[in-house]
Design a protein around this ligand. Structure first.
Ligand code: HEM
Length: 486
């Protein structure tokens, strides 16, 4: 019977008609979508294989990527559509109104097939940066107390101590009279800090270097899947070991008496409204997330700040003089919690560096419902990227956007500016939970690096707009120790 059916031409004709019908329907749907998205400002050179991907520079790294991305502003100052392959339109947003529309919502991050964020899942798990919906909401609620001022205040000591070691390391290189790349030193320092603040772990990595950090490509998504998964395992094992030991300590001895509360103490004791704590897997995901989100971004921001101060020596001197005047008549060069708000010029310079080179150059969202922008209704399912990097260089928002002008952030000049014009830490419900931590850390470290820094013209910076906007060639400087003021 079945064999008869299978050889029956009627069956095959019916199937062929159904398939053809489905193909026509799918084509019509696609054409409608194609026409709608093509009516938006965007790239025209459409390929049925690549969409507009073939328009991207190859490789999409270094100066070419940065120039390409910021160059989109010359095509449109509000938004720009790209086809990623023939079926997926992505809209890049460059204007405060557009960025506000998406950032003030809790729309999720896209984690479907081909979405770049999905790549980080095996490594970061569903920690705060990646999770969506209920899971994100519950974790955000439980972790917010970890960033309360009372918790952050004692970390200033940690920043000072780590920065002292950083200065010793810079000192050794300064003595050689040769230029050097300061970026790796900054990364080690911020990694040292986050290990201490997240888990009270002291690996002395600034002094010894560390196997965990240097194990090939720790915290870097590699082309080799095998290597990537091995690195993930190494990091997860390390974190799990620390978590297990701490859980035992907390159960046996209660909250720590001799040291500050770190993020892990908070994670292990946090409870939701129903009195339920975080699972072991959730805690590990958050620890991994803090270790990643909490060091590369800060060190990159500081590297750009120092680079810009080498290019603008008048500001370097003003920052040095400000720090000296705040710390004068003290026995110690340590910056205190109370000093942080007095460092106004430094704060303006830091913000200007975050404007020109935001470490997170863009944030992604996917619409779960239709959204109106510029009188157009974008359908649910549309992927949007708030391009922080372009927003911060948009000539419709910033006068002479390419110029380093820290005074833009003086109170008088900010009062008429949209709060969505400057968003290095994103904005809205999914803004950066670590932004105060990061800014305090950068200010302490910058105040301590009281060297006279000058650029090395043989090693120019090359901004690379990857997941973190860093200089592909590092940040090479000559350093001269300043005579301290006491
Ligand atoms: C200069 C330094 C930093 C910059 C520029 C920065 C920037 C950002 C941005 C733009 C986002 C939004 C990402 C998105 O929506 O996809 C974000 C989220 C986040 N950041 Fe930061 N960040 C910095 C430092 C830190 C530090 C030091 C920590 C932790 C100690 C941290 C922890 C996080 C977490 C957990 C999230 C996810 C928040 C959520 O979705 O609820 N960041 N950060």
């Amino acid at each position: 019977m079945l064999t008869e059916l299978l050889v029956s031409p009627a069956l095959w004709i019916t199937l062929a008609v159904l398939a053809a019908g489905w193909l026509v329907y799918a084509f019509l749907c696609w054409r409608q979508k194609f026409e709608f998205f093509n009516s938006l400002p965007g790239e025209e050179n459409f390929s049925f294989i690549w969409g507009n991907l073939h328009m991207f520079p190859r490789p999409m790294t270094g100066a070419a990527s940065f120039k390409f991305a910021t160059g989109l502003l010359s095509k449109n100052r509000r938004w720009y559509r790209f086809w990623v392959g023939p079926f997926r339109p992505v809209i890049f947003l460059f204007h405060p109104d557009h960025c506000k529309a998406i950032l003030q919502t809790s729309e999720p991050k896209p984690l479907g097939i081909g979405d770049t964020m999905k790549l980080a899942l095996p490594w970061l798990g569903e920690g705060l940066v990646i999770s969506n919906g209920e899971r994100w909401y519950r974790s955000r609620h439980m972790l917010t107390p970890a960033f309360h001022f009372d918790i952050l205040r004692p970390y200033v000591d940690v920043y000072n101590k780590a920065a002292d070691i950083l200065c010793e390391n810079i000192d050794k290189l300064a003595d050689t009279g040769k230029s050097f790349d300061i970026y790796p030193l900054l990364k080690l320092c911020t990694f040292d800090i986050i290990l201490k603040c997240a888990m009270s772990v002291d690996l002395d990595i600034q002094l010894k270097g560390n196997a965990l950090y240097f194990s090939d490509t720790f915290y870097r998504i590699t082309v080799s899947g095998d290597e990537f998964y091995k690195c993930c395992d190494l990091v997860h094992e390390f974190a799990e070991d620390v978590i297990d030991k701490r859980r035992k300590e907390l159960e046996e001895e209660g909250p720590p008496q001799k040291r500050y509360l770190d993020f892990l103490d908070i994670l292990l004791t946090a409870k939701d409204e129903s009195g339920k704590g975080l699972s072991k897997e959730e805690i590990r995901a958050e620890v991994d997330t803090f270790l990643f989100a909490g060091h590369e971004t800060s060190s990159t921001a500081l590297s750009w700040l120092l680079h810009l101060l080498t290019q603008n020596l008048d500001y370097q001197v003003r920052v040095q003089e400000e720090v000296e005047s705040v710390l004068k008549d003290r026995d110690s060069t340590d910056v205190t919690w109370a000093d942080l708000s007095k460092l106004e010029t430094l704060t303006c310079c830091m913000k200007e560096a975050l404007r020109l080179y935001p470490p997170a150059p863009g944030v992604l969202r996917i619409l779960t419902k239709d959204m109106e922008m510029d009188g157009v209704t974008l359908p649910a399912g549309t992927r949007l990227i708030a391009m922080i990097m372009n927003l911060h260089r948009n000539p419709d928002v910033w006068e002479d956007p390419e110029e380093f002008r820290p005074e833009r952030f003086e109170k008088e000049q900010t009062k008429d500016r949209s709060p969505y014009a400057f968003v290095p830490f994103s904005a809205g419900p999914r803004n950066c939970i670590g932004q105060v931590f990061a800014q305090n850390e950068i200010k302490v470290m910058a105040s301590k690096v009281l060297f006279d820094l000058t650029p090395d013209p043989d090693h120019p910076v090359v901004p690379n707009s990857a997941a973190v906007l860093h200089s592909e060639t590092g940040v090479w400087v000559y350093a001269n120790r300043r005579i301290l003021w006491h």
